[in-house]
Design a protein around this ligand. Structure first.
Ligand code: ADP
Ligand code: MG
Length: 229
């Protein structure tokens, strides 16, 4: 029998299909488990494309493995094959919240409140485990299916990190428009940064455009740090 951490084993177990999305260091594909016909999403992370960020992947994996929540994309298995990491996850089929916002223009207050409530429950759960997501944005919020009752699902813990209660996180991270001022000021910061990002997401849902925007990041950071939205 092929070793578990081999491409042969993985391909015996799953048939890899279409590409669902690509990120800076990764590709996400549909996979069908041959024995059951069940569908999953496999995120393939290329270690060579993230030099010096290897522990980021280990972090993502160990975090996701612990997490069980109906609004968080579930991780089932991990394989390390050559320079790649294969993460077998729950498949969600409703696409990114980002595209939904673009399609709708904006949300009603009632619909926005429902979505933000679910995300808050999931974030509260993560924070209770001592986990901060650190990269909340509409591209990392996926819809479970294409119906009107689709659940919102948090994905992509690539930048998140387990931290102790009293320990502040010092690494600058996140995506420009969603980043909290304390991150930009390079002071210590904690899990509160997720709530800042969620505030930005709430604003975008209600207005259809971001609270802080400038093509020039320096100007954008000035707006964020002075709270001028
Ligand atoms: P990255 O860390 O490279 O940003 P993500 O985990 O955010 O990677 O995945 C990239 C894209 O792939 C997502 O924005 C989404 O469109 C798609 N995707 C990710 N996970 C899933 C999933 N479980 N089911 C369906 N599509 C997914
Ligand atoms: Mg992402």
């Amino acid at each position: 029998m092929a070793s578990i951490n081999s491409l042969e084993y993985l391909q015996e177990k799953y048939e890899l299909g279409e590409t669902l999305g690509t990120g800076a260091f990764s590709e996400v594909k549909v996979a069908t488990e041959r024995a059951t016909g069940n569908k999953f999403a496999i995120k393939i992370v290329d270690r060579t494309k993230c030099k010096g960020k290897e522990n980021m992947i280990e972090t993502e994996v160990s975090i996701l493995m612990q997490v069980r929540h109906e609004n968080i994309v579930q991780l089932y298995e991990m394989y390390e094959i050559d320079s790649k990491i294969y993460l077998v996850m729950e498949l969600v089929t409703g696409g990114e919240l980002f595209d939904e916002i673009v399609g709708r223009g904006k949300y009603t207050e009632v619909d926005a409140a429902k979505i933000i409530h679910r995300i808050l429950l999931a974030i509260n759960y993560l924070h209770s485990l001592g986990i901060a997501h650190r990269d909340l944005k509409p591209e990392n919020l996926l819809l479970s299916d294409k119906t009107n009752e689709a659940k919102i699902m948090i994905s992509d813990f690539g930048l998140s990190k387990i931290f102790n209660d009293d320990e502040v996180m010092k690494t600058a991270c996140g995506t420009p428009g969603y980043v909290a001022p304390e991150v930009l000021k390079r002071q210590g910061y904690g899990r509160e940064i997720d709530l800042w990002s969620l505030g930005v997401i709430t604003y975008i849902l209600l207005c259809g455009y971001p609270p802080f925007y400038d093509q020039n990041n320096i100007e954008l950071f000035k707006q964020i740090m002075s709270g001028k939205y």
